[in-house]
Design a protein around this ligand. Structure first.
Ligand SMILES: [Zn+2]
Length: 95
């Protein structure tokens, strides 16, 4: 069993997902937000860490926000220990 040293902190990702993996995660999230498989590790590894503002500042600091309007979803895979922010709500699509 794996435990985090300090569970008051978010897990520290080991690295990013590739663009194509991020797209796969985005499409899976749009289809079913409660069931997003990791492109590398499969089902039941990816956790939604929270909702963040879509504009992350250059230091990589993301502010938490509400899942309304424009927001990004922070996803984290416990297996490969990578994190990504996806933008599920794209208003301009399909017009
Ligand atoms: Zn993974």
């Amino acid at each position: 069993m794996k435990r985090f040293e300090d569970d008051s902190e978010l897990p520290q990702p080991k690295g990013p997902f590739s663009d194509s993996e991020a797209l796969t995660l985005l499409l899976a999230y749009r289809k079913d937000p409660s069931n997003v498989p990791c492109p590398r590790c499969g089902l039941e590894q990816v956790e939604v860490l929270g909702f963040i503002e879509p504009d992350v500042d250059p230091g990589g600091f993301a502010r938490a926000t509400d899942p309304e309007g424009e927001y990004a979803v922070a996803l984290y895979c416990h297996q490969c220990e990578r994190a990504v922010g996806i933008l599920p709500a794209v208003e301009s699509e399909g017009r």
